[in-house]
Write a protein that binds this ligand. Structure first.
Ligand SMILES: *Cc1c(COP(=O)(O)O)cnc(C)c1O
Length: 412
């Protein structure tokens, strides 16, 4: 979003006009930001075989998936449905990695039928697949036990985490590989989200590369993601340029030492789409209580759950009154539960019907939205090369009732 003399623009368009055209609440994504993030990540590395897989759980709209495909990205899928969406978006099976955690063996076998890359994080499944299939190419997800990530809920590499095969179990894995002639072509890890410190990444990388040496047929090494983006002005973000430089050096050294040229893969979600997204909502009421001025919005945690779920921060501004005097508000939603988007926010004076804009609404917002309180999910709009495109319609009562069955007996 760019601030102009009289207001704001996104991708050259006036957000107030978009709000008028598509009604509120509304998600808007700027493809230019997705592209620049993709290129920034790609350009940070000097590595011959580099592949960036979009972790699509962050934003699964099929037009976004197609955009990613056109940029040259692959796909990181965590459910068979995400695999199927990826195939529908036109990704080749070999460009999809299915990272299966806690899913059934049937789901994994379905992905095998689709010929996508399979990432296994359970020793029992390795054994099962090794017995059942000959020479099936497999990736294994290791847990390096690096404590990383913004908070415990989004840190998945620690010792109590359900993710991955423990690094301490590698001797057992090696024994199985040998005995069952497992074809391990990939090695993977993903230690959490919102990791700031490049040193943490490099420490994890060392573990990953050391593990990679144990496998003869390795075609790719997947470092996962966890890159932190900015949530506010002057916020820290992962220094991608520095990370790219250090990672490239370490990876190229690995290649030189082992005489191998595997592909180095990353699978960012947040880094690619978080900052591309904006969420707009109307103010229903201003409500002053004894201690607080609440701005009550025509939306709630049914649309953006991250503040209540992870205590995450979304910058909120008033685009209807860009020159108003800043005041302190607590911004809340209409859900009949505690539903707070932000405490004590300094926002240009808000009046009833003013439109507020949330930043960082591209990742884990629409995909985590629900119909709680029987509210409709909003529309999604993509701005691309100066034009706006509707990519998801706002829901209607028909959508709420679509799968409900009404047996006659209750009719009277
Ligand atoms: C969620 C997830 C990602 C993406 O994490 P971000 O913090 O959004 O970049 C990558 N890999 C796996 C396996 C994931 O589950």
């Amino acid at each position: 979003m760019t601030q102009t003399e009289n207001g704001y623009t996104i991708g050259g368009l006036d957000p107030l006009e978009l709000c008028d055209k598509y009604e509120l609440p509304l998600f808007v994504y700027d493809s230019a930001k997705i592209t620049s993030q993709y290129n920034a990540l790609k350009d940070a590395f000097s590595i011959e075989n580099l592949k960036i897989n979009f972790a699509c759980k962050a934003l699964t709209n099929i037009s976004i998936l197609k955009l990613m495909k056109n940029l040259g990205a692959g796909l990181d899928a965590v459910s068979i449905q995400e695999v199927e969406l990826g195939l529908r978006a036109g990704f080749k099976p070999e460009d999809i990695l299915f990272t299966a955690n806690s899913v059934s063996i049937q789901e994994i076998e379905k992905a095998i039928d689709y010929n996508v890359k399979i990432n296994i994080d359970n020793i029992e499944f390795l054994e099962y697949l090794g017995h059942k299939y000959t020479n099936l190419p497999l990736c294994i997800r290791i847990n390096p036990h690096v404590m990383a990530g913004g908070n415990r809920n989004i840190s998945v590499g620690h010792i109590d985490s359900k993710f991955g095969i423990s690094i301490h179990q590698m001797p057992l894995v090696e024994r199985l590989v040998e005995a069952l002639k497992l074809n391990i072509v990939g090695i993977h890890m993903h230690t959490g989200s919102d990791i700031l410190d490049v040193d943490v990444f490099m420490y994890a990388a060392e573990i990953l590369f050391n593990t990679a040496r144990k496998f003869e047929n390795l075609q790719y090494i997947d470092f996962g993601s966890g890159f932190k983006v900015r949530y506010k002005d002057n916020d820290y973000e992962t220094d991608i340029a520095l990370f790219g430089k250090e990672m490239s050096a370490q990876f190229n050294e690995f290649c030189a030492e082992t005489g191998k040229q595997p592909t180095l893969m990353f699978e960012p979600g947040k880094y690619l789409v978080s900052e591309s997204g904006y969420f707009f909502a109307k103010t229903n009421q201003i409500k002053q209580t004894t201690s607080t001025i609440f701005a009550c919005l025509d939306t709630g945690f049914n649309h953006i759950i991250r503040p209540m779920f992870y205590n995450s921060y979304h910058r909120i501004i008033n685009i209807s009154n860009p020159k108003g005097m800043p005041k302190i508000y607590t911004v809340v939603g209409y859900i009949c539960e505690t539903d707070t988007f932000g405490w004590n926010r300094k926002i240009n004076e808000i009046h009833r019907d003013d439109i507020l804009c949330f930043f960082n609404a591209g990742a884990y917002c629409y995909t985590m939205s629900s119909n709680y309180n029987s509210r409709y999910r909003p529309a999604e709009v993509l701005i691309h090369e100066g034009k706006d495109y509707l990519i998801t319609k706002r829901e209607t009562m028909e959508d709420l009732l679509r799968n409900q069955v009404q047996p006659e007996i209750f009719n009277g």
